[in-house]
Design a protein. Structure first.
Length: 247
């Protein structure tokens, strides 16, 4: 059975719920060593570091100075309330005070903890330019209370359709196309991305492989310079970045 098929079966067996226990629980292990104060690094002329985006070898999306000495990774779910709270409470400060200084890079890796809803939202977020992914994810989180109920109401039988049709129909049932159209992704582009079975399979495989490699089983999980840290919100994470040298 392919990972894509397992994701679909898992979603049917355990429906999406805002209060999923694994979403928002504390992470485990890892104190980041205290580092010397890191000086700011100016971005290339005419741009900002937070507008500099690349796709990483792990299929994540990184913004910021690619040579930043402090590297922050978030394993997040686009249907996770705790991830949404981090986006609302901390992302602007992270971007303006740390990423734009050139001291910290930020990489988002989608962890498909809720199966097809996360897969559809991530695929639509990444459909197009790398620079659009994190802003789109941020908008999903800011509207999570509207988006999640729509996926709960979508007909799960659409997931029994052929692979190049199931997520197209599932997204239609979740009424998500109009939302992404407001973010610059028209309906035809969105449907084409969700019909791309190779890209869908890549996304599902990357989510599983990355999570297994880094021992991730909940969202959000943060890594600072490769260490999984005990933080699930901005109030806990900011002091860790400062300890690492971003102060």
């Amino acid at each position: 059975m392919t990972i894509l098929r397992r994701l679909t079966f898992a979603a049917l067996a355990a429906p999406l719920a805002l209060g999923l226990a694994a979403c928002g629980s504390d992470t485990t292990e890892g104190e980041v060593p205290e580092g010397a104060k890191v000086e700011s690094v100016a971005p290339p002329a005419g741009t900002t570091w937070s507008n500099t985006a690349v796709v990483t070898p792990e299929s994540g999306y990184m913004i910021g100075n690619p040579d930043a000495p402090i590297k922050l990774i978030e394993y997040g779910s686009l249907t996770c309330p705790a991830c949404a709270a981090f986006a609302e409470e901390g992302f602007e400060a992270l971007k303006t005070e740390y990423v734009d200084s050139g001291r910290v890079s930020f990489e988002f890796r989608s962890f498909l903890i809720h199966g097809p809803p996360d897969l559809v939202l991530t695929r639509l977020a990444e459909c197009g330019l790398a620079e659009a992914v994190i802003p789109r994810a941020d908008q999903v989180w800011l509207n999570i209370e509207t988006i999640v109920p729509n996926f709960q109401a979508a007909d799960p039988k659409t997931l029994d359709l052929p692979e190049d049709q199931r997520f197209v129909a599932y997204a239609e049932g979740a009424q998500i196309y109009d939302f992404f159209a407001k973010l610059g992704l028209n309906r035809d582009e969105a449907r084409a991305c969700l019909a791309d079975t190779k890209a869908i399979e890549r996304l599902a495989n990357a989510s599983q492989a990355n999570a297994e490699k880094d021992g991730v089983d909940r969202t959000p999980t943060f890594l600072v310079n490769g260490r999984k840290v005990e933080a699930s919100n901005w109030a806990q994470l900011e002091p860790i970045l400062q300890r690492a040298g971003a102060r």
